[in-house]
Design a protein around this ligand. Structure first.
Ligand SMILES: O=c1ccn([C@@H]2O[C@H](COP(=O)(O)O)[C@@H](O)[C@H]2O)c(=O)[nH]1
Length: 235
């Protein structure tokens, strides 16, 4: 079977809505992402249910705290058995090393650990307001290099940065990209967007899609169509 490259963002208000939605999806076609909104209301119990339904779960809580706290949170995620978990690279190299170190005992069963670079909702013009003077690409690259030096598996970035990051950090360093928009779909609060086919052409490993799937009249058909585009762009 080919790698499942689509991660569907389950940005629902509660477990009931999330489960009603995922039961319409085929776990062979996608992985799912549980973020702050859903985890805050539904917690670990929902993650366990998603596992029982056959889904790999990306726990997208973007931990950002002192090294000890983040390491313990990442360990808790590993205990839950999630497929992927993330931290903010701007938390620094010591924080990321602590998060990676705590996963050692889990061996090959450990979750993939990735770091957020610059949120895809941010445009380059917004960087000075948070004190960043270098260009957006320089900031993404610097944080991605830091994540790699700490032993992480990859980063969250925009697909627009994929060519640069694959060139600088190598093919094995995972790129997970939200802000994916099928042609003609609204961008909403996302600034750095790309279509699924273009993202694959750029070298992205995993595509995060929320509203384009959740708001579809037939989410499974939309998933199949995007998976088909992915296959066509991989050849
Ligand atoms: O830089 C980031 C990091 C995380 N996200 C998350 O991805 C999804 C995107 O949802 P859409 O509805 O497809 O816009 C959402 O859960 C975000 O929290 C991101 O967008 N950008």
């Amino acid at each position: 079977m080919t790698e499942k490259r689509i991660i569907v963002a389950l940005d629902f208000d509660d477990a009931e809505q999330a489960l009603a939605f995922v039961k319409t999806l085929d776990p062979q076609q996608c992985r799912v992402k549980v973020g702050k909104e859903l985890f805050t209301t539904a917690g670990p119990a929902l993650v366990r249910t998603l596992h029982e339904l056959g889904f790999d779960v990306f726990l997208d809580l973007k931990f950002h705290d002192i090294p000890n706290t983040v390491a313990k949170a990442v360990k808790a995620a590993a205990e839950l058995g999630v497929w992927m978990v993330n931290v903010h690279a701007s938390g620094g190299v010591d924080m990321m090393k602590a998060a990676r170190h705590v996963l050692e005992p889990y061996g090959e069963k450990r979750p993939k650990l990735i770091a957020v670079t610059v949120l895809t909702s941010m445009a380059s013009e917004s960087l000075p307001e948070v004190g960043i003077q270098r260009s957006l690409n320089e900031q993404v690259l610097a944080l991605a290099e830091l994540a790699k030096s700490a032993g992480l598996d990859g980063v969250v970035c925009s697909a627009r940065e994929a060519v640069m990051l694959k060139g600088a950090l190598g093919a094995d360093f995972l790129l997970v990209t939200p802000g994916i928009r099928p042609e003609g779909f609204a961008t909403h609060d996302q600034h750095r967007v790309m279509s699924p086919g273009a993202a694959i052409d750029a070298g992205v490993d995993f595509l995060v899609l929320g509203r384009p799937i959740r708001e579809s009249k037939d989410p499974n058909a939309t998933l199949s169509a995007i998976n088909q585009q992915i296959l066509e762009h991989l050849v």
